[in-house]
Design a protein around this ligand. Structure first.
Ligand code: FAD
Ligand code: SF4
Length: 674
């Protein structure tokens, strides 16, 4: 039966020998379960949950075809039947939920964080300083054999197929691009020689595995690096991979060394769909679009407009494993949307931690935490409806407690109502939407416009009180700080007070950077796909090698100086995988940073500071104070003194800037522990 809301998403996909039930795939993500105990059991539970949630095909995280190809020491490779037991439980668990699963074969090439890394040539990656051994001709043949052997083992383990990873700057991509392949044998030089490596992998895999085995090939739709492939070359590669026997082309955008954001929050939803479209027009097999597809509406639109045949969702499957099921059953409003923050997924990976998700602390922790009926269901008050309070209230209600959630404000969300105003962070509003729909559905009584006191709580006789009252902005103690030209970050972000053309921002933490972004953004919010692509100089005709052209950036309307007391690098607390974009962006808009500053006074001329023993004047019409936050814990202290059973969580417990990750996790875990 056709789904009325999303007809294209829920159309079955016929592959000839088998049919997939819908057009929603879970894209490959390296979640690093190898850093945890019970890896296979964890992976099985993780993927089974996503199969239960309705994804028609799941692609596992990358598994190397040989030890040199692993991403990091300890990561998985599959090259011998001895290792099959590490896998069998995974496809079994997914099949039990009615899903299909393919193993991604990823050879990390020159991105491998191991000592004996290899590539087509000995050119090291700018993001990995290790020496690269250029594969000999015989070793190239052996590596192809390793891919095919890995696919055969995958079939034996019970997987429905494989995805051959040919994007993001890993080994296969580096064979294809002139940038990284200066070989003189039959695997280098001309374009046909350079793309022979992936073609042979796919051709021999199909030859050895037979017709009824799914082969996905992840093609680099846009390399986004100099010396990458042109659009015409990418089309040729796509056609050759189709001829070699792939069933589906999934797409990847940008090498990891590209200096253009490809999935972070500032990329508009569906921002790269044009790249998938070009591949789709070149081939007859289905093509999957990817990157920043986080709502059923965006996904449906991409399929409806003919840009792709399938959507492959990565981080969205961390944020909500039941995305497909909810969209199919008219519960799209209950989807927990990925906000593109990278804070608990990619940033965790780079910090040597297993991935989870900021908005969904259950992701990757399926064996550790779950909603279970409370042993002693009680009457619970949650004070404060920011991320910490909302997650605590929802989880407590889902466990069977009777929950009342209070907030002094007239809307849910706490500081997320400020965060969502930052260009690129509009999706933070989706988190509020999720809780706004889920809280009443789970039975939480929400009382807004209600600033509660210890007396009121005491009188209501709750079994437990969760205090999630957040933070208050730190007040600046400098002469002139009470002047009309001095405003708080809240005033600036809500447009409550006018901001002049020359601005000094006191405090260069996460909020200071967000304020600078807000005040200097040349685009209206949300940034359109066209503005984003122009801004980053994406050559939409893809005539240039790699698809990168000249950025088109309007001149900034404001001159902004960010100041901080400490000598540390400005923005050092920003996310590992997003901070570089924010810093580069502000630099391109002429935003200046001053470190080691002492603020001496503020007057009509601006902000007077002392740096390195020298007095300076920062001429400014407006001074925005982002000088940190203090925990708002007075209610908790008072309840504690009255022996009311209470737990303090989120910013109210520890004020740590951009820390919704901790707030939501703590809210969830506190509620589970009641
Ligand atoms: P809050 O969100 O501060 O919520 C506390 C709530 O308690 C408020 O709604 C308040 O009205 C209510 N309250 C207080 N006292 C009472 C009372 N007595 N009675 C009733 N209600 C009361 N974090 C990230 O992780 N990533 C980001 O990218 C990010 N960007 C941000 C951008 C901006 C501009 C800002 C301001 C913050 C950003 N943050 C970010 C921080 C994030 O919003 C906070 O870490 C998070 O909101 C803390 O959640 P909380 O629930 O503890 O507190
Ligand atoms: Fe999305 Fe952030 Fe969760 Fe990663 S941590 S999946 S980016 S919401």
């Amino acid at each position: 039966m056709t789904n009325a809301a999303y007809p294209h998403l829920f159309e079955p996909l016929d592959l000839g020998f088998t049919t997939l039930k819908n057009r929603i795939f879970m894209a490959s993500m390296h979640v690093r379960f190898e850093l945890m105990d019970r890896q296979t059991e964890r992976a099985a539970a993780f993927y089974a949950e996503r199969a239960r949630g309705g994804a028609s095909l799941i692609v596992t995280g990358g598994c190397a075809p040989n030890p040199q190809g692993v991403m990091d020491a300890g990561a998985h490779f599959l090259n011998s039947p001895d290792q099959l037991d590490e896998h069998r439980a995974i496809p079994r668990a997914v099949h039990a939920e009615g899903g299909r699963i393919v193993l991604q074969i990823l050879h990390a090439g020159r991105y491998a964080k191991v000592d004996d890394l290899v590539g087509p040539s000995d050119i090291p990656a700018p993001i990995n300083p290790r020496e690269v051994h250029a594969l000999t001709t015989a070793e190239v043949e052996q590596t192809i054999e390793d891919f095919v052997n890995c696919a055969e083992l995958a079939k034996e383990a019970g997987y429905d197929g494989v995805e051959i990873m040919g994007s993001e700057g890993y080994l296969i991509t580096t064979f294809c691009a002139e940038r990284t392949n200066n070989r003189t044998d039959e695997w280098g030089g001309s374009f046909p020689n350079r793309i022979r490596f992936p073609i042979e992998i796919v051709r021999r895999t199909r030859e050895r595995l037979g017709r009824d085995f799914i082969i996905l090939y992840r093609i680099s739709a846009l390399d986004l690096v100099e010396g990458g492939l042109t659009g015409t070359e990418t089309e040729t590669l796509a056609r050759e991979i189709e001829k070699a026997g792939a069933n589906i082309l999934t797409t990847g955008i940008g090498w990891h060394e590209a200096r253009i954001p490809t999935i972070a929050h500032m990329v508009p939803r569906g921002g790269w769909r044009h790249a998938a479209r070009r591949i789709k027009q070149a081939v007859g097999i289905p093509v999957a679009a990817t990157n920043r597809i986080n709502t059923p509406e965006t996904a449906e639109e991409i399929l409806r407009d003919g840009d792709a045949d399938v959507v492959a969702l990565g981080r969205q499957m961390l944020a909500d494993p039941h995305f497909a099921r909810k969209a199919e059953t008219g519960q799209a409003d209950a989807i927990n949307t990925c906000i593109g923050c990278n804070q608990a997924c990619l940033d965790f990976i780079f910090a040597d931690k297993a991935s989870s998700c900021l908005v969904n602390p259950f992701a990757g922790r399926e064996l550790d935490i779950a909603i279970r009926p409370a042993k002693n269901p009680g009457k619970i008050a949650v004070v404060g409806a920011g991320p910490a309070g909302m997650s605590a209230a929802l989880t407590a209600a889902e466990c069977g407690h009777t929950v009342t959630l209070y907030d002094a404000a007239d809307e849910l969300g706490g500081q997320f109502n400020l965060a969502k105003r930052i260009p690129g962070k509009e999706d933070f509003d989706e988190t509020i939407r999720y809780f706004r729909n889920r809280l009443p559905a789970a039975g939480v009584e929400v009382r807004l416009n209600t600033r509660v006191s210890a007396d009121e709580i005491d009188e209501a006789n709750f079994d437990h009180v969760i205090v999630a009252t957040g933070v208050t902005p730190r007040v600046l103690d400098v002469e002139g700080a009470d002047g009309a030209n001095v405003i708080t970050y809240m005033d600036a972000l809500t447009d409550a007070k006018p901001v002049g053309k020359r601005v000094a921002i006191i405090g260069a933490g996460g909020i200071g950077f967000d304020v600078a972004e807000y005040l200097s953004s040349p685009h209206s919010s949300p940034v359109s796909i066209d503005s984003f692509l122009d801004h980053w100089g994406i050559d939409r005709a893809h005539e240039t090698a790699g698809g990168v052209g000249e950025p088109a950036r309007p001149a900034p309307e404001r001159s902004i100086v960010m100041l901080q007391r400490s000598d540390s690098r400005p923005g050092k607390t920003l996310g590992l995988t997003t901070g570089w974009v924010v810093r580069a962006e502000l630099k391109s808009r002429g935003v200046r940073n001053i470190t080691g500053a002492t603020y001496t006074k503020i007057d009509g001329e601006g902000l007077h500071i002392r740096v390195g023993g020298e007095d300076q004047l920062i001429e400014a019409d407006t001074i925005v104070v982002c000088a940190g936050q203090e925990s708002e814990n007075r209610l908790f202290t008072e309840l504690h003194s009255r022996n009311v059973r209470a737990t303090l969580i989120g910013g109210a417990e520890k004020s740590a800037g951009l820390d919704a990750l901790r707030a939501i996790r703590q809210g969830t875990e506190t509620a589970l522990s009641l």
